[in-house]
Design a binder for this molecule. Structure first.
Ligand code: ZN
Length: 417
């Protein structure tokens, strides 16, 4: 086992650990440790809500989830010799849940969760159709996930970090804050908001204290969006065996990781759509000196995805076009087309006995594929959603005999405001 450079004690909060991570992006958050190019090391990761979501049958914790505390990130890890303009090569050597036999109180200890976030608290891809909070608990057995809240499915998780990235430079951070504020200013009262401003409340900034803490907390970017440095990309294919190349913007690169997912569908559509968990990552790092210019990777990472199973190969796919549910024609709106494809799949699954929210949770958590199939045929773009048929305990395909009905059980817990 590689040396653990960022240990976490599952029984203690993120802020009570031996090494304190961070939950904002800023160039002045000090690295917790320095690693050498060529080194492999283990990192423990806290689940993104730091233990606030429980293994129970109520969605109140999702409804009231404190968004100001996310994401609990491990790091930053400084890489010896890394300079702005380099590419940081990161191999995901291994990734998994908290290595513990017995199930425990923290997501990752034999279980994880998927949440539909309420429109009043974060929202999601289909928040106008699903404005309330829901939760599904998933139980892990080896690589398999099942849920008492979404019966009738068993699938193999493609475990990955939802978040990984390098620190921004001061100049890049200023650019983020400026452009995101300008967007917010176009509709400042929108619910959910168009973007999130820096939030000093609940900021965790590693070892910073005093006046320096206050300055950085007032400037530091929230971790919700993916940006040029990687960040919350939620790419389900960053599995074990992946090699990612990140642009380096500050001396040392300052790599951070977190938001581990046992599984996720393309798009992570319920906002907390993946199966969230705490766990570990084994990382190997190296440098390509001057690689940003050599390969034209100055903004946003590139990667070689891992080829870890499952490689599902039989699918039932749903298409959607850029016309609203009210029948309004939109021009090549691929976001809308993808929403319509997802709603199409949800409607279909209700014919088998699922409640709509169960189908929505399933699309967020299972390894579904999402594609922009056509983007040029005016006025309609076409998006598609692929469900692996093998994950269902019953035949989910259409037939002349009609759909078999499953027992949807007690359904997924719901909480309204
Ligand atoms: Zn996540």
């Amino acid at each position: 086992m590689p040396e653990v450079l960022f240990p976490l004690d599952s029984t203690r909060k993120f802020t009570d650990q031996e090494l304190i991570g961070h939950n904002r992006w800023h160039p002045d958050i000090p690295p917790v440790v320095t690693v050498r190019p060529g080194q492999t090391f283990r990192v423990h990761c806290r689940e993104w809500f730091d233990g606030n979501i429980h293994n129970d049958d109520s969605a109140q914790d999702v409804r009231d989830a404190p968004l100001s505390i996310v994401h609990a990130l491990s790091g930053p890890f400084a890489v010896q010799g890394a300079e702005p303009g380099d590419l940081l090569l990161v191999d995901i050597v291994d990734v998994g849940p908290i290595p513990q036999e017995d199930s425990g109180p923290l997501a990752g200890q034999g279980w994880g969760y998927t949440g539909i976030f309420a429109k009043q608290n974060g929202g999601g891809f289909l928040t106008d159709v699903f404005p309330d909070a829901y939760k599904a608990i998933w139980d892990f057995r080896g690589q398999q996930a099942t849920s008492r809240h979404v019966p009738g499915v068993t699938f193999t998780g493609i475990t990955h970090p939802g978040m990984m990235g390098t620190a921004p430079s001061a100049k890049m951070l200023a650019k983020w804050n400026k452009r995101e504020a300008a967007l917010r200013a176009t509709d400042p009262d929108r619910v959910p908001p168009l973007s999130l401003p820096p939030e000093p409340r609940d900021a965790v900034l590693g070892s910073l204290t005093g006046a320096e803490f206050d300055r950085v907390a007032a400037e530091a970017a929230r971790t919700a969006p993916p940006r040029e440095n990687g960040g919350n990309q939620d790419i389900k294919n960053l599995t074990k065996g992946s090699r990612v190349f990140y642009p380096v913007y500050v001396p040392g690169a300052n790599l951070s990781v977190g938001d581990l997912h046992f599984s996720q569908g393309d798009g992570e559509i319920t906002f907390c759509g993946a199966i969230e968990m705490g766990g570990f990552l084994d990382l190997h790092v190296d440098l390509i000196k001057g690689g940003m210019q050599t390969y034209g990777v100055s903004e946003n990472c590139i990667f070689l995805p891992g080829n870890t199973p499952p490689q599902y190969c039989r699918w039932l796919a749903f298409s959607g076009i850029s016309v609203t549910t009210d029948g309004e024609q939109r021009y090549l709106d691929s976001q809308l087309s993808f929403q319509r494809a997802c709603l199409h799949a949800i409607d279909y699954l209700t014919k088998f006995g699922y409640r709509p929210e169960q189908a929505y949770l399933l699309l967020g958590a299972a390894p579904i594929e999402g594609r922009f199939s056509g983007v040029v045929d005016i006025p309609n773009s076409c998006a598609t959603v692929y469900l692996p048929t093998e994950i269902f305990d019953f035949d989910v395909r259409p037939s002349a005999a009609g759909p078999s009905r499953i027992d949807a059980g007690t359904g997924a817990p719901k909480s309204t405001f």
